[in-house]
Design a protein around this ligand. Structure first.
Ligand SMILES: [Ca+2]
Ligand SMILES: [Ca+2]
Ligand SMILES: [Ca+2]
Length: 177
């Protein structure tokens, strides 16, 4: 009895995910219009001064959190298709902002050591100077962790390296020119 109730709940979650997938397919086909859905409502309410729908303005950039979970590389493509890239975190203020935006979920950021193990670089090829790593991270667990995420836990320093093939949300940043 309990078991079947649990399964039903999981089915419902799957359905929601499928709906989000459909929305994202629509989004991919039409870059000029962004549909409205409930869980971006909060973002929209705080970005009334921004001119781009679905993006939040803060400091000198626009930010967007994905709806779907994807690998690091697919996430990067997702951002680039939208004229942005995965977020580069340049300051404590930006780190705090990213923490707010991801709303307690884990999200890919634009930091990787795929090119050279242990040499962390941002997606603009700049070197990492100040990192907000969680204690013990990055640890290149199983020698297979080359991509960085924000939100390993909810402490102020919460980055971790993870397998780039893990699927999670991502945060895109588009700089104001
Ligand atoms: Ca930045
Ligand atoms: Ca690594
Ligand atoms: Ca790790």
């Amino acid at each position: 009895m309990i078991r079947s109730a649990k399964l039903k709940k999981e089915d419902r979650v799957d359905m929601v995910v499928e709906i989000y997938d459909s929305i994202d397919n629509i989004r991919s086909e039409d870059h000029n219009t962004e549909p409205v859905y409930a869980n971006t409502k909060k973002t929209l309410q705080t970005q009334h001064t921004a001119c781009q729908f679905g993006w939040t303005y803060n400091g000198s950039s626009f930010y967007h959190i994905s709806i779907n979970e994807n690998t690091w590389n697919t996430s990067r493509s997702y951002c680039r298709m939208r004229g942005a890239d995965l977020v580069i975190i340049n300051s404590r203020a930006e780190q705090d902002f990213v923490d707010k935006l991801r709303n307690k979920k884990q999200a890919w950021i634009g930091l990787t050591d795929q090119a050279s193990e242990g040499v962390w670089k941002w997606v603009d090829d700049s070197a990492l100077t100040t990192g907000y790593w969680f204690k013990g991270e990055p640890n290149d667990f199983n020698k297979n962790e080359d991509c960085a995420l924000s939100g390993f836990d909810e402490s102020p320093s919460n980055w971790a390296d993870s397998s780039c093939e893990t699927k999670m949300l991502c945060i895109c940043e588009k700089k104001m020119l």
